[in-house]
Design a protein around this ligand. Structure first.
Ligand code: NAP
Length: 247
């Protein structure tokens, strides 16, 4: 199989970091896009320490010019990206009537429009290659709803819809597009939500059928399958990784 180049947004932390490591271990050349360029660089360096090939770039997914420049730099340094994992995300919570226009717009900009822009930046190259794999990271909250998370759940629901449409439009080009909606994964984002008193780890563990909190590596394992050669007939799907919390 040819060596693939992958872009992982939000790849300096949590789920994106585990996905970047796993893709590199499977032989892909990995570009980490993250808000924090130093953290992205450190993640790339840690991948290289274990024998992989990676670059880390400061790319804010809400800045289309930065996304396009990032993809161009990846093409020059690692080759044309044919794998994209959209893991950059922003969790916002609070009562519906307190949501400001600014908070609403920011939640949509990072989670939904950022995913749109990254997909649009890499898809022409994937079409030329006649091969591509896109995995969006949505949220199990789109199945269940989540009280106090209207902006986030609305944005992530949009990500699921976008994923399904892209699967229909690009399937004939050898490109698959799937979404993983994770639930209750132990990452800095979840820990911040716990600190705000919005999630109780003990209570949530008790209502999780497998009886534990998820690990970023649980999500990375599903992602590794979805970007594989063998997954070419799996597209437009919602592949939950949530310990059985949503079925
Ligand atoms: P995380 O540890 O906070 O990682 C998210 C990364 O995305 C961080 O490095 C963050 O940078 C970066 N990021 C945020 N805004 C960005 C932007 N505009 N441009 C580029 N990078 C940006 O969170 P995580 O839990 O791994 O989340 C990964 C994805 O899973 C997110 O889309 C999240 O919504 C989704 N998710 C997670 C869970 C869970 O249980 N953990 C559940 C459902 C869905 P900063 O740290 O500097 O902000």
């Amino acid at each position: 199989m040819s060596v693939r180049t992958a872009v992982v947004t939000g790849g300096a932390s949590g789920i994106g970091a585990a996905i970047g490591r796993s893709l590199a271990a499977d032989g892909a050349l990995v570009a980490i896009f993250d808000l924090d360029g130093d953290a992205a660089g450190a993640m790339a360096a840690s991948i290289e320490e274990t024998g992989g090939k990676a670059v880390g770039l400061p790319v804010d997914v809400t800045d289309r010019a930065a996304v396009d420049a990032g993809v161009e730099e990846v093409r020059a340094r690692l080759g044309r990206p044919t794998i994209l994992v959209n893991s950059a995300g922003l969790s916002v919570d609070g009562p519906f009537l307190d949501i400001t226009a600014e908070t609403w717009s920011r939640a949509l900009a990072v989670n939904l429009t950022g995913t749109f822009d990254c997909c649009q930046a890499v898809l022409p190259g994937m079409v030329e290659e006649g091969w591509g794999r896109i995995v969006t990271i949505s949220s199990s909250s789109v199945h269940s709803g989540a009280s106090g998370m209207a902006a986030y759940v609305a944005a992530k629901s949009g990500v699921v819809g976008l994923t399904k449409v892209l699967a229909l439009e690009f399937g004939r080009h050898g490109i698959t597009v799937n979404t993983i909606p994770p639930g209750f994964i132990d990452t800095p984002m979840l820990r911040r939500t716990v600190q705000r008193g919005f999630v109780d780890v003990g209570q949530q563990t008790a209502r999780t059928p497998v009886g534990r909190i998820g690990r970023p590596e649980d999500v990375a394992a599903a992602c590794a399958f979805l970007v594989s050669e063998e997954a070419g007939y799996v597209t437009g799907q919602v592949i939950g990784v949530n310990g059985g919390r949503n079925t």
